[in-house]
Write a protein that binds this ligand. Structure first.
Ligand code: PLP
Length: 420
């Protein structure tokens, strides 16, 4: 959809909303359709080619409005991890009723997003970050997990979940799900949650499924999360969570006072989504995902992902000294920093008083002050680095060229002032 088509669609949507309000008095107060009717009415897959807004909006009115009620897609990857951890704890405690709460442990890695620690904070459960190394490209290996399990077993501690990541925030690292899965499987009662908040939508492209480790996810993961609102063309919020056995989740979160009982709920003919997340009420997040998938089609969605990766590759092809890549580019993310080549002896003695981190921090603050570009910072192996991520739908090659020109000019100023 180009900008003019979007404008037209927006006006049309407002017209349809107004017509809906005018028609309210003629509509039934509660939904008159049978549970499950929508599954019959809709195709099982997103269309291959994108469709026009009018057609999607017509289907919305004819098929979806009659059964309006929504579904549940989580708000964020942090919420998804939290409910998965609650489910994992509940399963573990049922299997091991004598283990004390204070001996439970959540495993993450030193590169995991804050979501593991935050869940630990909320649940009052210790969170242990397993160390990942530069040699392994910051991926968690099975051997590290095994060693940690042996150590904790000796200490009388009980890890009940490992939060692995496909595409860490900092550097795009991809934990080795095959190895982790084997360890988890042989251990018996540890839940594997895969946080692919940012990179998971790459699964739309067949050629990227091995990189995301789809086979291992299918074989080993108990829960898997990806955010459509990151790289998946949907505005905040739309965090999709899959669980292998949904009963583990719904049993863990099921509280049903009398006023929440319903005929269909008691009969088990509907999936009661309130037990899939923290809130009782929920937004109709699936609707925007549905509009996006239909209007881009599978091919449009894949094109967007491939374009992000191609533009990132193009950015990497431009990098030359003093710019240095710090980790392998991952999907549409590159981590780099300034590392000027050796200086003549008389300048080098000056420079030794300042570190490369000082140079990169100065460079980052100059770039951050510029209104035309946004890149973010991170620490990789203790080194201050910069993250260049492509993800927006309207990013083109010329924007990468502009970004590169800006980075070069700020680098020159920073290096000159660093040399002094
Ligand atoms: N996990 C990863 C890998 C992320 O990159 C991010 C956000 O940057 C998150 C989790 C947190 O996402 P959310 O804001 O949806 O909790």
């Amino acid at each position: 959809m180009d900008i003019e088509q979007f404008r037209k669609a927006g006006y049309q949507a407002i017209d349809r909303i107004c017509d809906y309000y005018y028609s309210l008095e003629k509509r039934p107060v509660s939904s008159q359709v049978q549970p499950g009717y929508l599954r019959e009415a809709l195709p099982p897959n997103a269309p291959e080619a994108g469709e026009v807004f009018e057609k999607i909006a017509d289907d919305y009115q004819q098929l979806i409005i009659p059964g309006i009620g929504g579904g549940v897609i989580q708000t964020t990857a942090s919420d998804a991890a939290l409910v998965s951890i609650v489910a994992a704890r509940s399963v573990f405690v049922k299997q091991h009723p004598h283990i004390k709460h204070e001996d439970l442990v959540i495993y993450t890695t030193t590169e995991t997003h804050s979501l593991g620690q935050k869940a630990g904070l909320i649940l009052g459960v210790r969170c242990r970050a397993l160390k990942v190394t530069v040699e392994d490209n910051f991926a968690l290996r099975g051997s590290t997990l095994l060693t940690a399990l042996e150590e904790d077993s000796k200490r009388g501690k009980h890890p009940f979940i490992i939060v692995a990541t496909v595409g860490t925030t900092s550097s795009g690292a991809i934990d080795r799900l095959d190895e982790i899965g084997q360890v988890v499987k042989s251990h018996g009662s540890i839940w594997l949650h895969v946080d692919a908040a940012w990179a998971g939508v790459a699964l739309a492209c067949p050629e990227l499924r091995d990189t995301v480790q789809l086979d291992s996810i299918n074989t080993y993961a108990d829960s898997f999360c990806t955010n459509f609102h990151k790289w998946g063309l949907v505005n905040f919020d739309a965090s999709a969570l899959w669980v292998r056995n949904r009963k583990n989740l719904t049993d863990a979160l099921d509280i049903t006072p009398e006023f929440l009982r319903s005929k269909h709920g008691d009969e088990g003919t509907v999936i009661d989504y309130r037990n899939w997340h923290l809130g009782l009420g929920r937004r109709f997040r699936s609707l925007k995902v549905w509009f996006v998938l239909r209007s881009y089609g599978q091919e449009g969605f894949r094109k967007h992902i491939r374009q992000g990766i191609a533009l990132n590759k193009y950015f990497v092809s431009l990098l030359r000294p003093p710019f240095t890549l710090i980790t392998e580019p991952s999907f549409a993310l590159s981590v780099f920093r300034l590392e000027p080549p050796s200086l003549p002896a008389e300048q080098a003695s000056q420079v030794s008083k300042k570190s490369l981190d000082d140079l990169n921090r100065d460079f980052y603050s100059r770039v951050s002050a510029c209104p035309d570009i946004l890149i973010t910072q991170t620490l990789i192996n203790g080194m201050f680095c910069l993250r260049f991520a492509v993800g927006a739908v309207r990013t083109e090659k010329r924007h990468i060229d502009q970004a590169w020109a800006l980075l070069q000019s700020h680098a020159e100023v920073s290096i000159n002032s660093w040399i002094g």
